[in-house]
Design a protein around this ligand. Structure first.
Ligand code: PBE
Length: 268
């Protein structure tokens, strides 16, 4: 009955994240394509979304959030993605490393390290979980780097050490990117002698900053779907060094205790 509909249970609200995220644009498209007229997508941040999820989960209350993998929340809670039969959230994606034009000539060892940088979703998850359990991002990243010496050594093998040359890494405060950007920062500093500044920005300014040269690099580009608008807008104004992580997913996420399996079920 309509009284017990999922829409009524959650007040027709989907808890979103920062408005610049590709995930937000995709979710807005979902509302259109699935004809979810009464529904609202609530803007906020990754941290606010996670806090809302935590609160609802503890009370076994219904909630729908915008979510993605890799993310610590799938280890901490029993969650499921709602099926997306129309495929609005896209299929295979990777996280790419992007640098500004001219970066190779200005900082060859950093460029080469960033070009070699790749890791697995499970490795990123270790850093993310340490952070959510209370470690500072730079501590969690430093510990991961220490424990994964063989892998890290391959990223920096035979590269020249600098003496405090400055670099700027742009990133958005998405949990996945807080983890990856901190790991890359530690490697560039401890293994290659750079002095790295991390610039926390929104998604649009992150792409703009690489494209106008005010930032050097980022490891936070979700392609080919999630950041397609940004990728197309700035085409030719950056260099794509390819994937640093495979096996991502995006979508609408609910606790497993909720009796709903598909985005199509939100209509009734
Ligand atoms: N995310 C995490 C980002 C990319 C990384 C899925 C929230 C986005 O939607 O743009």
């Amino acid at each position: 009955s309509s009284d017990s509909s999922i829409g009524k249970q959650v007040n027709h609200e989907i808890i979103g994240i920062d408005p610049g995220a590709g995930l937000m644009k995709q979710t807005a498209q979902v509302l259109k394509d699935y004809d979810l007229k009464d529904w609202k997508l609530i803007e906020g941040s990754s941290a606010a979304m996670a806090a809302a999820l935590d609160k609802a989960y503890k009370d076994k209350k219904p909630i729908i959030v915008t979510g993605w993998t890799p993310h610590w929340m799938f280890a901490k809670y029993e969650l499921k993605y709602l099926n997306d039969p129309k495929g609005v959230f896209g299929k295979d994606e990777q996280i790419h490393t992007i640098v500004r034009n001219g970066f190779k000539k200005d900082a060859l060892s950093a460029y080469t390290m960033l070009d070699r940088f790749e890791w697995k979703a499970e490795e990123m998850a270790v850093v993310m979980s340490d952070i959510v359990e209370g470690k500072k991002p730079e501590e969690a990243a430093a510990e991961w780097v220490k424990k994964n010496g063989t892998k890290v050594d391959n990223w920096v093998k035979d590269l020249t050490k600098e003496k405090g040359k400055k670099l700027k890494l742009a990133y958005v405060a998405w949990d996945s990117e807080i983890a990856s950007t901190n790991v890359v920062k530690i490697v560039l500093e401890e293994k290659l002698g750079y002095k790295v500044e991390m610039l926390q920005v929104e998604a649009g300014p992150m792409w703009a900053g690489i494209s106008d040269g005010s930032a050097d690099a980022m490891v936070a580009a979700w392609l080919p779907t999630t950041h397609k608008d940004y990728f197309d807008k700035y085409a030719g104004k950056f260099e794509d060094l390819g994937a640093n992580l495979n096996g991502t997913k995006l979508g609408l996420v609910v606790p497993k205790y909720m009796n709903v399996d598909s985005i199509e079920d939100l209509k009734t």
